[in-house]
Design a protein around this ligand. Structure first.
Ligand code: ADP
Length: 398
């Protein structure tokens, strides 16, 4: 039986697994949701039947159930060769992926203050996996690592210097694994080397961020200290005036409530009052729902504005790249965004855009566009699998 690589992505109440073979072909994915709740469930994708989980099952029980489902299906005869974990925040400690040992666990724990919703659950996934596969090398791949190359002028906020020095308040940036993948894929599609390729990469999923990548290196990005800053997202506001906290306090709304609304009830959901799902929003807008139309308009304008902002970090541009559920699938959102960028010389081909670049090596720009525009399906799991395999090194044939 061939080597396998396992990728683990833990959310606060969810666990996603992806299993790859030694040639990085995906063998299976699996998902557990509502962990810790009475209706916790799990299933292997492309199989209809759900896997029974006990009410209140946690990450460890979900992991055990899903791994044994992989085994029952003959997908994982022995332990994986390596395991890769998505870890949200690596602070300034981690500039790249690392093999996990006790020191790394302590360091991830010490970054938890910066990502209280994410790092502790990432760690519970790591602990559960270590308990189940103590002999397998495991790697932590950080969302923030790719952005550790940001220059000071891009990562510092204009705040008292002591806030950065004493508390680490700065721009960290997220979605780094996806942006790194996009930069490498764009270089490949354009027939260039990554080290000479400069792109602006827009990752548009439920969370959205945009990054300027200069000669293969991240030099500016829209998310900040937390993944709340920047673009309009599904339920997150992106940029707002911090003066809002004081204004709302005067209305009797405490900071914790403002924080909750900015994270969970804003963005597309807040503006439309209906949904955080872009596909549904487009349908609602088509049926004349004005707030949905407005939500789309704000989303695209903010994105276009950020494309302009990212230009300030580049000395040339090889491509603007779209990815994520929205970026890959919505010709309309790409078109409405590019409509704001005529002055910069971006133009789309209606036909290539309609087909998401599927028959044109990802290219969707028109012949008179000043810059190429690409659609590239992101693949964060693949990057994590590759990193885990690279760090685990060749396996001992004995
Ligand atoms: P996540 O960040 O959770 O991984 P995804 O990258 O899967 O999310 O993106 C989810 C978003 O992509 C949703 O808003 C969904 O509506 C949107 N999306 C998916 N397909 C389409 C489509 N054809 N048109 C518009 N939006 C789409």
């Amino acid at each position: 039986m061939e080597d396998t690589l396992l990728v683990v992505n833990c959310g606060s109440s969810s666990l996603k697994l992806a299993l790859f073979d030694g040639q990085y072909r995906k063998l299976a994915s699996a998902l557990a949701e509502r962990l810790g709740q009475n209706d916790a469930f799990a299933r292997v994708e492309n199989r209809n039947e759900a896997i029974d989980l006990k009410p209140g099952a946690g990450h460890d029980q979900a992991l055990e159930a899903l791994v044994s489902a992989f085994r029952d299906q003959g997908l994982m005869a022995s332990s994986p060769k390596a395991i890769g974990h998505r870890v949200v925040h690596g602070g300034e400690t981690f500039r790249e992926a690392v093999l996990i040992d006790d020191d790394v666990i302590r360091a991830i724990d010490s970054c938890a203050g910066l990502a209280p919703l994410h790092n502790p659950v990432n760690l519970s996934g790591i602990r559960a996996t270590l308990a189940q596969f103590p002999e397998v090398p495991q790697a932590a791949v950080f969302d923030t690592a790719f952005h550790q190359t940001l220059p000071k002028r891009a990562f510092l906020y204009a705040l008292p210097a002591a806030w950065y020095r004493d508390w680490g308040i700065r721009r960290y940036g997220f979605h780094g694994t996806s942006h790194a993948f996009m930069a490498a894929e764009a270089a490949r599609l354009l027939g260039k080397t990554p080290a000479t390729t400069s792109v602006i990469s827009a990752h548009l999923g439920n969370g959205c961020s945009i990054t300027a990548i200069r000669d293969g290196i991240s030099v500016d990005t829209s998310m900040g200290l937390t993944p709340l800053e920047g673009l309009v997202m599904g339920t997150r506001s992106g940029d707002v005036d911090p003066g809002l906290f004081d204004f709302l306090r005067s209305k009797g709304i405490p900071a914790e409530e403002v924080h909750r609304v900015l994270n969970q009830e804003s963005g597309l959901f807040g503006l439309s009052g209906q949904t955080n799902d872009m596909r549904s929003l487009c349908e609602l807008a088509d049926h004349g729902h004005e707030p949905s139309r407005t939500a789309i308009d704000v989303f695209c304008f903010r994105l276009a504005r950020y494309v302009g902002a990212m230009m300030a970090s580049l000395n040339h541009l090889d491509a603007l790249v779209f990815t994520g559920g929205i970026g890959e699938n919505s010709a309309r959102i790409r078109q409405e965004t590019i409509n704001h960028l005529h002055l910069m010389g971006f133009e789309l081909s209606t036909d290539l855009n309609k087909h998401h670049g599927e028959f044109s090596d990802g290219r969707i720009e028109s012949t008179d566009s000043r810059f190429p525009v690409l659609v590239i399906p992101t693949n964060e799991e693949l990057v994590i699998a590759r990193e885990a395999s690279r760090l685990a090194g060749p396996i001992d044939p004995a």
